[in-house]
Ligand binder design. Structure first.
Ligand code: NAD
Length: 295
């Protein structure tokens, strides 16, 4: 069992750290929110007054922070963790951030002989709680192999996408596709219902036909069609529109930098941005259905 420090105990990081405790690791946690720390301490984790103190003696440091600026603030600069971590400490960042930021932190870490892996996740809060996340990793083979047994305590699919930043690129591509699929699914359901079709019947038809996709199979956006999904609880919980917008922004910036055309991704980004502007930012992203069916 390893001595692990986990920083960032929000919707995702909290249950992920909890699964490391359950697996028997010696886990020390840190977050700016005292309540988030207290919840993990009640589950058996240790804590410390500062992020630096929390990492003392750690073999592995994992971060799960909102965005790139938080990751840079934690690792870089005069107060950053990289100034104090001993050589050889395994560092895993699971936040969704730009590939450039991930590569920048990795470069500075490796200059100090600190192996770094970008390991963003897919699977949402449900996957974080159940320990069934997919980890999409970027970094060298050796670092990936060291991280894998630890990540397996929190997820069931551990992918090695390529070198530094590749995990973030794959994650951004996945979420752009997810946004497109969710908007397209909502649009098709709304058209069918306008024609008098039962959304449950139409969903079943499309699931078994060539329009079948993840949104239809496990995350139906039409209220009442599927039990246990955000659409059946007023779109509460799940993956927030604001977070989807952050990821679509990362995809858009990346496309501009790489001169890649993403017409569908751009359209999805505009749809979700308008949806957030209309006051839906803190709802689950499947609430894009309301864009097509005002309630
Ligand atoms: P969150 O806002 O719930 O949690 C972030 C936590 O980081 C908060 O508890 C905050 O207090 C803490 N934090 C911020 N700055 C800190 C600092 N300097 N030191 C210590 N703690 C600090 O976010 P989340 O939903 O857990 O998402 C985390 C990351 O995972 C994001 O990058 C997000 O895009 C990604 N993600 C989220 C989901 C999801 O469904 N929520 C799914 C996949 C990926």
């Amino acid at each position: 069992m390893a001595k692990i420090t986990f920083i960032g105990l929000g919707n995702m990081g909290g249950p992920m750290a909890g699964n490391l405790v359950k697996a028997g690791h010696d886990v020390t946690v840190f977050d700016l929110s005292k309540d988030a720390v207290a919840a993990l301490v009640s589950e058996g984790a240790k804590t410390a007054d500062t992020a630096h103190d929390a990492t003392k003696g750690a073999e592995c440091v994992i971060t799960m922070l909102p965005a790139g600026k938080h990751v840079e603030a934690v690792y870089l600069g005069e107060d950053g963790l990289l100034t104090a971590l001993p050589e050889g400490t395994l560092v895993i960042d699971s936040s969704t951030i730009s590939p450039e930021t991930a590569r920048g932190v990795a470069e500075q870490a490796e200059a100090k002989h600190i192996p770094f892996l970008d390991a963003p996740v897919s699977g949402g809060v449900g996957g974080a709680k159940a320990g069934t996340l997919s980890f999409i990793c970027g970094g060298d083979e050796d670092t990936f192999n060291k991280a894998k047994p630890i990540l397996e305590n929190m997820g069931k699919n551990i992918f090695h996408a390529g070198d530094h930043g590749a995990g973030q690129v794959a994650k951004i591509c996945n979420n752009m596709l997810l946004a497109i699929l969710m908007a397209g699914t909502s649009e098709a359901l709304a058209l069918g219902v306008k024609n008098g079709l039962d959304p449950a019947v139409l969903s079943e038809v499309m699931k078994q036909s060539s329009g079948g996709n993840w949104a239809l199979n496990v995350y139906n956006p039409w209220p009442g069609v599927m039990d246990g999904v955000p659409a059946s609880r007023d779109y509460e919980g799940g993956f927030l529109v604001n977070l989807m917008n952050k990821d679509l922004g990362l995809a858009f910036d990346n496309a501009v930098k790489n001169q890649a055309a993403i017409p569908m991704g751009s359209l999805a980004r505009n749809l979700f941005t308008l949806h957030a502007e209309q006051g839906n930012g803190t709802l689950d992203f499947s609430s894009i259905q309301r864009f097509y069916k005002p309630e």
